[in-house]
Ligand binder design. Structure first.
Ligand code: SF4
Length: 565
């Protein structure tokens, strides 16, 4: 079975003519005469344009690959005994009593009302357009919001002196929106990549805009090259090349200019450079940012190979940074090469399992352990719980890019429909006004009074979504008898497959609580047949079989993974 689907995807607006050969994705009969709606066929016409999900600027895209282990391979353990963080009394231990607050930071803490926040919103159109709503909602929810890379570099109104930014209305707008609505919880982080660093973006954000938290970006889960956007004007392509970006094809080349004007291609690509991580340089950078006034310095790394995760953990520990966000493969983005998004990197569950192993190793040595966040395809409360538990006690929050943006985009779309009096029939069941359709709005009205009228529908959408996540997470935590985040542990999970157990170190569901169960029963548990080698195998052979559980036992002696535990 192939875990990938290749050569046809809604992401690239491509499809097969007839059913596809699973390995190649090419139609089982590729017909001479077909106009080629598949990805190979379209690439014969549009070439490199087909590398990216489409339509650019109007979508977010997420990996389609079905990884061998993901969060669905774990279940959350529940209990009917006791309660942690609240009195073990049915009248006290109700789910709204669950405390979802968390904090990140080394010396000084950033307090958050909820343990989830948005991924970085950078220079893509979709991030720019929806920034206001998402920043307002993040402020209202008391959480983090991250300004992504290249915002100053892409700002048409930005002014530069000696290669450094001295004014960027777009970055200013982004920061001010959050500051205007902030309730003292959460923070706005400004991320920077190679180009941002060269343009002096972190210094500008700290010194001129009063930003307290800046984030060095090593990478993300959706791609292992720098950020990209498309440019549909020659003047814009020339401007960004002049600002130091890699722009393809070269807009200064007269032949390229002629081809663009003749309509041979319609978009230039603006690429960011690859960063070159170097240990001493990283420490110097963190020191420099603190010297220019950063109160918090954070690091975001992508789903690079395990040795690079080890570097991120070690350097973050040595530099005592305030938050390390680790982004696994399987998530999405506004703009990444489609095949890269599917096929590169360490998927989230694997990456988080490694992260736990590395952090616990450093902790045993007495090293400083930074606050950590995990990202990569996390959408709803069950995944949030599992992500917090799998990396407990180190994971303080979960970073969710695409899910948050989906809520904001839907809020915006439905807000427009209400404004134009064009509410579709399926939503009319809720009503026809903002107050009737968005269930979270009345709460905002109660808190902010008349000011609530200034909250855009995209912010109401995200706020309402986060409110649902909060209630859902509180329910799951109450069911696990954990009434504050600090009580969530790896023990709250069981693995449903041997492979998930082997990857994560979380006990298989049939091994969980075995000793405690024996103690309760006053019996000694016999080793299971497959734990006894040959004897077990012969015992297995005598069974009638049928249950997966026993079948797993029968497969043990020839398991390519060695001993199954
Ligand atoms: S060219 Fe047509 S027939 Fe051939 S693989 Fe593509 S869609 Fe299928």
């Amino acid at each position: 079975m192939s875990w990938s689907k290749i050569n046809a995807s809604p992401a690239t607006l491509s499809r097969n003519r007839v059913s596809a050969a699973p390995i190649s994705g090419i139609c089982v009969t590729c017909l001479d005469g077909c106009p080629g709606p598949c990805e190979v066929g379209r690439s014969a016409l549009r070439g490199r344009e087909m590398i990216y999900p489409q339509p650019f600027g109007k979508i977010t895209a997420g990996s389609e690959k079905d990884y061998p282990v993901d969060f669905s391979h774990f279940n959350i353990q529940g209990s009917c005994v006791g309660a942690l963080g609240v009195e073990a009394d049915p009248d006290q231990a109700i789910f709204p009593a669950v405390d979802l607050s968390t904090e990140v930071g080394a010396k000084e803490k950033i307090r958050l009302n909820v343990p989830f926040f948005t991924g970085a919103l950078g220079s893509t159109d979709i991030a720019r357009i929806h920034w206001e709503g998402m920043a307002i909602a993040a402020a209202l929810c008391g959480t983090l919001v991250v300004v992504g890379e290249n915002v100053c570099g892409m700002d048409p109104q930005a002014e530069f002196r000696n290669g450094k930014v001295i004014r960027s209305p777009e970055l200013e707008r982004r920061v001010k929106v959050f500051q205007r609505w902030s309730n003292g919880k959460g923070a706005v982080l400004v991320q920077f990549n190679v180009e941002d660093g060269r343009l002096g973006v972190p210094e500008y954000a700290i010194e001129k805009l009063g930003v307290e938290a800046v984030e060095a970006k090593w990478g993300q889960g959706a791609k292992n090259i720098g950020g990209e956007v498309k440019l549909n004007r020659l003047e814009r392509a020339l401007e960004l090349k002049a600002r130091g970006y890699v722009v393809l094809p070269d807009p200064e080349d007269p032949a390229v200019q002629r081809a663009f004007k003749a309509g041979a291609f319609k978009e230039f690509e603006r690429h960011s450079r690859l960063g070159m991580v170097e240990e001493e340089g990283f420490y110097r950078l963190v020191q420099h940012l603190r010297e220019v006034g950063a109160k918090y310095v954070t690091l975001k790394t992508g789903s690079y190979r395990p040795a690079d995760l080890a570097r991120a953990v070690k350097y973050a520990s040595n530099a005592k940074i305030d938050l390390l966000t680790v982004d696994g493969s399987g998530g999405g983005t506004g703009m990444s090469p489609w095949r890269m998004m599917n096929e590169w990197g360490v998927p989230t569950v694997y990456l988080e399992s490694l992260l736990y192993e590395y952090l616990s190793g450093l902790e045993r040595q007495g090293a400083f352990i930074p606050s950590c966040a995990i990202a990569g395809g996390i959408t709803l409360e069950d995944q949030i719980f599992k992500a917090l538990a799998l990396g407990a006690p180190y994971i303080k929050a979960v970073c969710m890019g695409r899910a948050t943006m989906t809520a904001a985009m839907v809020g915006n779309t439905v807000g427009d429909m209400v404004k134009k009096g064009k509410v579709p029939a399926e939503l009319k069941a809720y009503g026809e006004t903002i107050e009737q359709i968005f269930i979270g709005y009345s709460k905002l009205k109660e808190i902010y009074g008349k000011d609530a009228d200034q909250i855009p529908p995209s912010a109401i959408g995200m706020y309402t979504f986060y409110d649902r996540l909060s209630a859902g997470l509180q329910q799951l935590m109450a069911g696990a008898r954990k009434f504050a985040l600090r009580y969530i542990s790896r023990d709250d999970l069981c693995a449903l497959t041997r492979e998930a157990s082997r990857v994560s170190g979380i006990p298989h569901v049939m091994d969980a609580d075995r000793e405690e169960a024996a103690k309760i029963l006053g019996i000694s548990m016999r080793p299971r047949p497959w734990e006894k080698g040959e004897e077990g195998r012969s015992l297995m052979a005598s069974r009638s079989g049928g249950e997966n559980y026993w079948q797993i036992g029968r497969q043990v002696p020839s398991s390519p993974f060695g001993k199954v535990h």
